[in-house]
Design a protein around this ligand. Structure first.
Ligand code: CA
Length: 221
């Protein structure tokens, strides 16, 4: 009987993907196009996208916030999991990468669900948090952007989520570097510090899950 998560070999990963429903063709094409980019490794894994879509449906989320869009796979899977009146406010700084995202959102007929704000997310989030009517306006949030700003994104998302809302934070295991005390670069330290903070943060129920590069799920109390 295993007492911890399995190591994910290539063959076991292929089996896992085969055991899940295949991705819709539009999602697979977006993944294939993104994989050709030098930054292709930035996109979340297919099974993580499926997990997020499942969580959106499970929680009945309607209004979502995405910090870091890249080429749009996570926003596409979330948009397709949302009900017809669901929305995503998507934050990014890259015209180049989000132009890929917009093509696939259009192809999947979810453009009407997604509002893209091209500006530094710290600014957009601060502006949103300035207006009390935005507090508790979101049911679901996903952070997957520049790592040193994660703590700031975390605080803003907590303000903007409703009680019971779900926040997902990506890359929290950071390729295993968080467990190595000798690694102290800025990105790794951002994760070490944020992970330690969340571990005792009484504002949330939380669970770190070893999917993809590690995802922390926080439920706002
Ligand atoms: Ca990521």
């Amino acid at each position: 009987m295993a007492v911890r998560t399995l190591s994910m070999t290539d063959s076991l990963h292929a089996y896992l993907l085969g055991a899940n429903e295949p991705l819709p063709p539009v999602q697979q094409r977006l993944r294939d196009e993104t994989a050709l980019l030098p930054q292709g490794g930035w996109q979340i894994s297919a099974e993580q996208g499926q997990f997020m879509a499942f969580l959106v449906k499970l929680t009945g989320a309607k209004h979502c916030l995405e910090v870091g869009v890249f080429t749009g796979f996570s926003s596409l899977v979330v948009a397709q999991a949302l009900p017809p009146d669901g929305t995503i406010l998507a934050l990014d700084v890259s015209e180049e990468f989000t132009s890929v995202a917009r093509r696939y959102w259009q192809e999947a007929n979810v453009t009407h669900k997604i509002v893209l704000r091209l500006a530094p997310a710290t600014q957009t989030l601060a502006k949103l948090a300035d207006s009390p009517e935005n507090h508790a306006a979101f049911d679901f949030a996903f952070i997957d952007a520049d790592k040193p700003n994660y703590d700031s994104y975390y605080e803003s998302c907590l303000t903007l989520l409703r009680v019971g809302g779900l926040l997902l934070i990506d890359n929290v295991l950071w390729a295993g570097k968080v467990a190595d005390p000798t690694i102290t670069d800025a990105d790794t330290m951002a994760f070490k510090n944020l992970n330690a903070k969340i571990a005792t943060d009484e504002r949330v129920d939380r669970c770190m899950v070893p999917i993809g590069d590690g995802v922390t799920l926080c439920r706002k109390r």
